[in-house]
Design a protein around this ligand. Structure first.
Ligand code: NAD
Length: 475
């Protein structure tokens, strides 16, 4: 019998009568079951969060920090168990799963130091005018399947640090590691402050529309983000949306192909390309296009695609069947249109596990579906450009605006181009690095609001201004 993972409601690990299967994408075996929650369980979790909020909102910075550090500590102390479980449900290779687990512990500890100080706006003979931040209340957190643990703590920690309580819903595809973490922290945080419940996608709208939830913090696709914004409008819930992206990497002619080939490869293929900020369009200057594309393909030949739990695997399977079929559809479309593949392109859907070979395309047109749409798979279209103005225009020609990168021997030139990109984050000569102290969020249809840093924390609060008139001011 497979292991059943319970939910965390009001400090207790609980189950419902119904269970959902969770599948390992490397072999399509059922590896666990989780409760299939509906309105009743959600109501219980929200009631627990509401009751806990009465006390939690008045806690000190030290109390909040201690709870968050306990979560960080639980992740670190159980890292080995957690990263192995993460690989089995998500598919990413062990090294990358380890990176997510230790990253989640580190990001939690760093964000647990964030504090929103009150501001004295005016203090003179007439009045004392204070601006402070107060918690919004009960938060509904909804997360995707690509970085389930990182995304979970990215919601839980700022909620707790701001004085809010939370009901979190993992993706039905990857709930196991999050529920194991729930078990590990159940007696480390006050009952009701953190509740974690699982269910089908249909549980999402129930959270968005719940009258006793004050804010939604969501990471996932732009399509779902739009539904959430719509659902949250009924009672004007506060929202933070971290959505999809179609990030461009721009490689200038002075970049050294030998130096950047490997990094460029991983900027597209880490987590099998299933990263919101993966490089999904790579623009290479025509002067170095041939040399660099050859170097990337040569490097690609050294990377093994396979089961993430096996040593030496660099690229694991796609996380779920639906996404696998979508990536195959984009590859088939590229083949039908006659675009040239430097490697990959042939997938055998009859095998077990959702494997897609490393797929690199040679200069497909800008309007190819595989370029214009977010692939979210191990696919890297390489494209040639001639001038800076042209490449900036092409990079910005997207409804998305999440992140991007510039690769060059001249960092000042890199910054000059970075400042012209319409995205929330731009890296010069690196990729995927996020700071817990800098706001991370998308421009255009990649998001609404931000996470991380004080700006991210503020999104869990309302401003409140208290003005005290001094005695000597006439009424
Ligand atoms: P998704 O939108 O399908 O699902 C995300 C979550 O929303 C899941 O928990 C799902 O159960 C829930 N959900 C589904 N329908 C819902 C509804 N109508 N109302 C409320 N909740 C609902 O996304 P996904 O396929 O799990 O994740 C992939 C997407 O996430 C990609 O587009 C990727 O770019 C994006 N993403 C963005 C970031 C970021 O920080 N910007 C990070 C990771 C992933």
């Amino acid at each position: 019998m497979v292991t059943q993972y319970k939910n965390l409601i009001n400090g207790e690990m609980v189950a419902t009568g119904e269970w959902l299967d969770v599948v390992n994408p490397a072999n399509e075996q059922v590896i666990g079951q989780v409760p299939a929650c509906g309105q009743d369980e959600l109501d219980r979790a929200v009631a627990a969060a509401r009751a806990a909020f009465k006390t939690w909102k008045n806690t000190s910075f030290e109390e909040r920090n201690a709870a968050c550090m306990a979560i960080s500590g639980a992740i670190k102390e159980n890292a080995e168990e957690l990263y192995r479980l993460l690989t089995s449900e998500q598919g990413k290779p062990h090294e990358q799963a380890k990176g997510e687990i230790y990253g989640a512990a580190g990001m939690s500890a760093a964000q647990a130091t964030l504090k929103l100080e009150e501001e004295i706006v005016q203090d003179d003979d007439t009045r004392l005018h204070r601006s402070r931040r107060v918690p919004v209340g009960v938060v509904g957190g909804i997360v995707p399947w690509n970085f389930p643990v990182m995304m979970a703590v990215q919601k839980i920690i700022p909620a707790l640090m701001s004085g809010c309580t939370i009901v979190l819903k993992p993706s039905p595809f990857t709930p196991l590691t999050t529920l194991r973490l729930a078990e590990l922290i159940a007696d480390k945080v006050p009952a009701g402050t953190v509740n974690i419940i699982t269910g089908e996608d249909s549980l999402g709208p129930l959270i968005t529309q719940h009258p006793d939830i004050d804010k939604i913090t969501f990471t996932g696709s732009t399509a779902t983000g739009k539904k959430i914004m719509e659902g949250a409008s009924a009672d004007l819930k506060r929202i933070t949306l971290e959505l999809g992206g179609n990030d461009a990497s721009i490689v200038l002619p002075d970049a050294d192909p030998k130096k950047v080939a490997e990094q460029l490869f991983w900027s597209s293929f880490s987590n099998a390309g299933q990263i919101c900020v993966a490089a999904k369009r790579v623009y290479i200057h025509e002067d170095i296009y041939d040399e660099l594309s050859e170097a990337i393909v040569e490097y690609a030949k050294t990377v093994k695609v396979g089961d993430g739990s096996q040593q030496g695997t660099g690229v694991g399977p796609i996380q779920n069947k639906k996404q696998y079929e979508r990536v195959l559809e984009l590859i088939e479309d590229a083949k039908d249109k006659g675009y040239k593949f430097l490697t990959g392109g042939n997938v055998d859907p009859s095998g077990t596990g959702y494997y897609v070979p490393i797929t690199i395309l040679d200069n497909p047109p800008e309007d190819a579906r595989i370029v214009a749409e977010e692939q979210f798979g191990p696919v890297m279209p390489l494209m040639k450009f001639s001038t800076e103005d042209e490449v900036i225009q092409r990079a910005n020609n997207s409804d998305y605006g999440l992140a991007g990168a510039v690769w060059t021997a001249n960092p000042d030139k890199g910054v000059e181009i970075a400042e012209q990109l319409e995205t929330g984050t731009v890296w010069v000569n690196e990729y995927l690095h996020l700071s817990p102290f800098a706001p991370f969020g998308g421009h255009k249809q990649s998001g609404f609001g931000a996470e991380y840093g004080k700006e991210g924390l503020k999104e869990f609060t309302y401003p409140q201004v208290i003005t005290v008139k001094k005695d000597n001011v006439p009424a």
